[in-house]
Structure formats: C-alpha cells, structure tokens
Design a protein around this ligand. Structure first.
Ligand code: A2P
Length: 317
C-alpha cells in the first residue's frame, strides 16, 4: 500500500487509513477487526470520538488472531481541547493508551489549536458551557507549552511521531520557531469543495505530511453545505462522469484525487462493502486533466470548525 515517510523518524504512514470518527461505538470493535482483516493498516482515532476502548478491542483481537502484529498497524490518536496544559497532556495520552490497550501511539496529534478550560474527562464539554453566562471558556495555555509536553511524550516512548490537526500556516510556522521535534503531520479538512492549495504547498515546503479528513464531502454537515449552495459531493456530476469513465465508485474517485496528490485519507464507513471499496484506490490513475477538473470544484467551503463550542471562537473565521 502507498505510504508517506514521516520527517524525523522516517516511519511510513499508509496513505489510506480507517477513520474512527462517528464509527458506532456498539459495533466499533467488530468494524475495526474487519477493517484490519480487509487490509487497513492505519487506524485514526481520537479521545473525542468516544470509541477508543472498542477500537482497541478490535485491534487486540486482530493481533491475537494473528491477522496483524502491533508493529504492522499505524495507530493515531489526538489530544482534546480541554487537556492542553502541560500536566494534562501526559495523563491523557496514558489514559488513551490504556483504553486502546497498547503501549505507544505511532502518531499523536493536537486535535485543534484551541485550548479550553480543563474539565472532568468524562465530559467533552460540560453542559453549563452552553448557558447564557456569555463566558468564553478559553484556557490561558500557550501552544508552546502544549507542544513541549507533546515532545516529552516522544522522549518517554509513549508516542513515535507528533503532529497537529486543523492548523493553518501562521501557527505552523510559529511552532517551527521553538520545536525540538517539528510536526510530522497536519490533519485537515480537505476535499474538492475545500482544496487548500496554499496550505498543501506550505506543508510540502516544510516537509509536513497532510492527512485529509472528510474526503467524501462531509456527510454529517450536508445540510450546512446545502445552505451554502453545495450539493452532496458524492452525487456531483463531475465526480459521477469521471467515476463512470474509470468504472470506479464516486467515493473511490474522491479518495484517489487526494491520494494522487500525496495526501493521506482516512475514510470511515460503518458498512463493510464500502469499507473494503475505500481501500481499493491504488489500482487506477486519474489524468492530470481529471485532477484539475475535480480541483476546480473548490468553493472554499469549510464545514468543520469547533465553533459549536461557542460561535464567537470559530478558529477559521
Ligand atoms: P457509512 O458509514 O454508512 O458508509 P464523514 O463525512 O463524516 O467522514 O463520513 C463519511 C460518510 O460517507 C459516512 O456517512 C459514510 O457512511 C459514507 N461513506 C463512506 N464510504 C462510502 C462510500 N464508499 N460510498 C458512499 N458513502 C460512503
């Protein structure tokens, strides 16, 4: 399977991985087990997804059944916004490793460059944050503190690579000013409605690999997209006509468009046939003209911003 070598460690990160965002908790262990059996070698999780324990069960079952060895699987997890303070980073990483039942992550990402007040880990955000007190729940934790704690995780062998997610150019450049270990990966929303060319170029220059999320067009935000005049990417005429030329599915064309640009993708599916199909994007090639045609659908439509916490702190505003 195609892979990208990460800076500093040279470790290979598969270009197609299995995303755990919104994978049903009740069936997650089984889904992860089947994903590994189908050939996936990257699992992309996060504390925020609420299914790391079940994902770990699936992984450990696949290991004990001899389907994979631990070192064959690239496991990614992420640090949630309420745990950016130095002392919370290691506690969280250890807790998340415990949920997975493994002793290191291949990659640990800061989920959003936004530090919020610490809350009891059983809450994503406490309900009172949606009250009308008009308080902004930002924490006074500079990113440099969080990054230093991430680097300590590497030194202690808890994680092999560290990176960021949802980070734009100016912060990336700032991190380089103080980083002992530069970010290996930036995981960002990226699809034909949000092609992110300047950020791809910058990350290429800095040697930072990109993982694209919501490659199929963010289904979960489809109503929001419709408000902005965008129709479901999976049903777009341009994608449909290219797919029929190659006798591939619409989803495979969307994934191939990213992979052919050297971007990693992490599609998720709760459906086994779609899960298998999404892995099969190596066996065909889009022409340069087709890549360009798909890229020309860009309307800078960003559908994921943690503004659900508080609309006043939309970080991509
Ligand atoms: P399902 O899990 O039922 O397959 P997101 O936009 O949040 O990343 O989610 C991806 C969405 O795309 C999910 O709704 C998923 O639904 C759907 N999906 C995943 N793979 C395919 C595919 N190959 N064809 C069509 N839809 C897909």
């Amino acid at each position: 399977m195609a892979a990208v070598a990460l800076k500093r460690t040279g470790q290979k990160m598969p270009l197609v991985g299995f995303g755990l965002w919104k994978v049903n908790r009740a069936t997650c262990a089984e889904t992860v087990y089947n994903a590994l059996k189908a050939g996936y070698r990257l699992l992309d999780g996060a504390g925020d997804y609420g299914n790391e324990k079940e994902a770990g069960e699936g992984l450990r079952r696949a290991i004990s059944d001899g389907i994979v060895k631990r070192e064959d699987v690239f496991v990614t997890s992420k640090l949630w916004n309420t745990f950016h303070a130095h002392d919370h980073v290691k506690a969280l990483a250890k807790k998340q490793l415990g949920l997975w039942g493994i002793d290191y992550f291949d990659l640990f990402l800061v989920h959003f460059p936004i530090s919020l007040e610490y809350v009891d880990p059983s809450h994503r955000y406490p309900p009172e944050w949606w009250g009308d007190d008009k308080k902004v729940h930002l924490a006074k934790v500079p990113f440099q503190e969080t990054w230093g704690a991430m680097e300590e995780l590497v030194d202690e062998g808890l994680v092999k690579n560290i990176g960021v997610s949802n980070v734009q150019g100016s912060l990336l450049i700032d991190i380089l000013r103080y980083a002992k270990y530069e970010p290996a990966v930036n995981q960002i929303e990226l699809h034909p409605y949000l092609t992110q060319e300047p950020l791809i170029k910058l990350c290429g220059t800095l040697g930072i690999a990109i993982t694209a999320y919501s490659s199929l067009g963010p289904q979960s935000y489809v109503e929001l997209g419709a408000d902005k005049g965008a129709k479901n990417l999976l049903e777009h005429d341009t994608i449909a006509s290219i797919a029929s030329k190659h006798s591939k599915s619409h989803a495979q064309v969307l994934l191939r468009w990213a992979v052919q640009q050297g971007l990693a993708v992490i599609p998720k599916s709760n459906n086994h046939d779609r899960l298998v199909q999404n892995l099969q994007v190596d066996a065909f090639q889009l022409s340069d003209a087709e890549i360009k045609e798909i890229s020309s659908l860009n309307i800078n439509l960003r559908l994921n911003d943690p503004a659900d916490i508080d609309p006043r702190i939309a970080i991509f505003a």
